[in-house]
Design a protein around this ligand. Structure first.
Ligand code: PEP
Ligand code: MG
Length: 586
């Protein structure tokens, strides 16, 4: 029977497919696809881990002291039986061979399947065996950690438009959609350009990084769909309505037909927009508006150029640093990555933001809990300044890449003037280090992100030292309204049109324009077509967003007359309820 789960609409479009449920496990595990050629080795790795645990338990059994309680031996026996159970062993093998999951992912998926069976059992004794099964799985996962993976996490299978995904077995040619409790930014990257046609997570807010990466992939996503990962089962057919924030499970044929119709309609709309790709972005009254792309990886440059971006307004470099289990990329590796992004942009400018980790973007899974209040902790530029050697490695790599194209260097979460002085000193030092080596490097423009209210309020002082500013509305809203951007429980209070937020944005744009300095918005507000006219009316001429949003925003720009929008924007700015005036700007 069809049922619906409500969440937040974070990435437009409709996806229909079979659910791949990523089970939450007590131990943090990585999820990635292996290559078909690695299946045998991966199955062997899973088996070796299982065999090692069997050995360990057998040793424990034989070493049990005489006076050990009988229950202990019985328990170990149960664990040994479970370890040899074909349902567990065969299931893991199947997920690896048929779906190309890495061994850990295969194990937690199978564990979840079996857990559901246990939940349905009448007999309380058998139901309780679920806990034993979890302990056994934990032991195997710990063993797997010790056993080198047969594969470096393989890049997810690349799917060119329209081609069949390579990872599916013949029996499951249906499109796949991913359902999870939560996905780390690192997991999202693994899944980028994979076979998945949509995402559903149980947690997350509108500007959580799961949402941002889904938007950058331009695939439908719903986050904050509570209990989705419990209510949806492996291989259930689901519809993800990324426009309305609804997930429909087990849809009836009539509902399916309706959504297929909507899918076709969306596709036609996209084709129509694609015709605007080469149209210059100019308003009716002749004002040029710069439309830039936000990217997470160098390879995203292709999508940016394809969408007609005139540059990259935000390269979130932290994605190069994530999920590497402590081994951060060195100068050479980073230099190559930045160079690839520049070359990909074919001579167009690229704004590279220095590493912005912390809060909802931990470097590795599991490292989030280190601070009690991570959003207010040692994150972004604060972390870079606390780790000057790491920071200068990144600065040197960016400066060297700047010899290959136009680079703007952007610093996240600046809030104090003494940070500005430290940043500039580190840049000079990095240049001196390159000079000492005789290395070639380029000239860069320096900019600050405005994403903390304090920074917005001192923007005039900041712009005495920086060439440009970029407004990060995702964090600016979070910090102005004290709303955790990743927490679905307060998502209804996350309001871009709050008068306080608009006041800060307007002040930054006005000050920068007044000082003849560049100002851009690179938060999610820049890609929201409901806000394009307002931002234009407030004086913004540079927007940076996911490539997938560029053409829709361009359409708004082409229809806008700034002479009319300016007076209206000033009224919106002083209104108690700006949202009620938005219709009037159309
Ligand atoms: C922002 O805060 O608006 C921003 C662009 O940075 P991020 O989303 O990466 O925190
Ligand atoms: Mg930010």
């Amino acid at each position: 029977m069809t049922f619906a789960i409500h969440g937040l609409a974070v990435s437009r479009g409709i996806a229909i497919g079979r659910a791949v449920v990523v089970a939450a496990s007590r131990i943090e595990v990585r999820h990635y696809f292996i290559e078909a050629s690695q299946v045998t080795a991966e199955v062997a790795r899973a088996r070796a881990a299982r065999d090692a645990v069997i050995d360990e338990l057998q040793r424990l059994m034989s070493d049990l002291p005489e006076d050990a309680p009988g229950e202990l031996a019985a328990l170990l026996e149960v664990h040994l039986l479970l370890l040899q159970d074909e349902v567990l062993v065969g299931g893991v093998r199947q997920w690896i061979t048929e779906r190309l999951y890495n061994a850990e992912w295969a194990l937690v998926t199978q564990l979840e399947q079996i857990s559901r069976l246990f939940d349905e059992m009448e007999d309380p004794y058998l139901r309780e065996r679920k806990a034993d099964l979890e302990q056994v799985a934990d032991r195997i996962l710990r063993r797997m950690r010790g056993l080198a993976s047969s594969a470096v996490p393989a890049a997810p299978p690349q799917v060119e438009d329209g081609t069949q995904p390579p990872l599916l077995d013949a029996s499951s040619e249906a499109p796949l959609v991913l359902v999870a409790q939560d996905l780390s930014p690192a997991d999202m990257l693994q899944f980028k350009r994979s076979v998945f046609k949509g995402f559903v997570t149980a947690v997350g807010g509108k500007t959580s990084h799961t949402a941002i990466v889904a938007r950058s992939m331009d695939i439908p996503a719903v986050v904050g769909a509570r209990a989705a990962s419990q209510l949806i089962r492996q291989d259930d057919w689901i519809i993800i309505d990324g426009n309305a924030g609804i997930v429909l499970v087990d849809p009836s044929p009539i509902i399916l037909e309706e959504y297929r119709f909507r899918q076709r309609h969306d596709a036609l709309e996209r084709d129509r927009l694609a015709r605007l790709r080469h149209t210059p972005s100019v308003t009716i009254d002749g004002q040029k508006v710069e439309l830039l792309a936000n990217i997470e990886q160098p390879s995203d440059a292709a999508a940016a150029v394809h969408a007609g971006a005139v540059g990259v307004g935000l390269f979130r470099s932290e994605f190069l640093f994530m999920g590497r289990e402590g081994k951060l990329p060195g100068e050479e590796e980073q230099f190559e990555a930045y160079k690839v992004a520049l070359q990909g942009m074919q001579g167009l400018p690229v704004t590279i933001r220095t590493i912005d980790v912390g809060a909802d973007k931990p470097l590795d899974r599991g490292s989030k809990e280190l601070s009690l209040n991570p959003a207010l902790g040692l994150r972004a530029i604060r972390w870079s300044l606390a780790e000057p050697a790491m920071f200068r490695t990144q600065l040197r790599a960016i400066l060297r890449a700047a010899a290959f194209g136009k680079v703007n260097l952007l610093f996240p979460m600046v809030s104090h003037m003494h940070e500005v002085h430290s940043i500039l000193a580190q840049v000079r030092l990095a240049q001196a280090e390159l000079d000492a080596r005789g290395a070639t490097y380029g000239v860069v423009q320096l900019g600050a992100m405005i994403e903390i209210p304090a920074a917005a309020l001192i923007v005039r002082s900041l712009l005495k030292h920086f060439d440009f500013v970029s407004i990060g509305t995702n964090d600016l809203i979070q910090y102005t309204l004290a709303i955790d951007r990743t927490d679905e429980a307060v998502a209804h209070l996350y309001e871009p049109l709050h008068p306080a937020v608009l006041g800060l944005i307007a002040q930054v744009i006005e000050t920068a324009n007044d000082m003849h300095k560049q100002v851009c918005v690179c938060g999610e507000m820049a890609g929201d077509i409901a806000l394009t006219r307002l931002l234009l009316g407030l004086g913004l001429r540079s927007f940076s967003m996911h490539p997938a949003q560029i053409l829709s925003v361009k359409q708004e720009v082409l229809r806008a007359d700034i002479r009319k929008l300016q007076p209206w924007a000033q009224i919106v700015l002083i209104a108690d309820d700006p949202a009620s005036l938005m219709e009037a700007g159309k």
